[in-house]
Design a protein around this ligand. Structure first.
Ligand SMILES: [Zn+2]
Length: 98
C-alpha cells in the first residue's frame, strides 16, 4: 500500500482546501496560514484531518473532515501518534525496540 497523501485524489483535496484562501490553523495554535506559501514556509498551509486517518480511514478524502493546518501541528500530531502506538506495543508480550 502506497502513501495515500501522494494520490491524485488527495492532491485535489489539498487544492480544494487552498482554494478557500488563507486561514488560521484549525488546531488553534494561532498560526495564520497562507494558501500560496510554498513548503516549508512556517505559514505554509497543509491539509489537516479533524478525524485522523488512523481513527477513521473512510473520512480521509472527506472535505468536511479537512481543515487548514500548519506544518508544526501536522507533524506534531504524527509524532504523538507514533508515541501512542509505541506505548501500545509495550503492553504486548514482545519486547520494545527502543
Ligand atoms: Zn497549528
Amino acid at each position: 500500500m502506497g502513501d495515500p497523501r501522494k494520490t491524485r485524489r488527495y492532491q485535489q483535496c489539498v487544492r480544494n482546501l487552498k482554494a478557500q484562501g488563507d486561514a488560521y490553523c484549525w488546531r488553534g495554535c494561532g498560526t495564520y496560514l497562507y494558501a500560496n506559501a510554498p513548503w516549508p514556509h512556517p505559514q505554509c498551509m497543509t491539509l489537516g484531518h479533524i478525524i485522523a486517518l488512523e481513527d477513521d480511514p473512510s473520512l480521509f478524502y472527506e472535505a468536511s473532515n479537512h481543515a487548514p493546518e500548519c506544518i508544526k501541528c501536522n507533524m506534531g500530531d504524527g509524532a504523538r501518534r507514533t508515541n501512542r502506538k509505541r506505548k501500545g506495543e509495550s503492553t504486548s508480550h514482545r519486547s520494545r525496540i527502543f
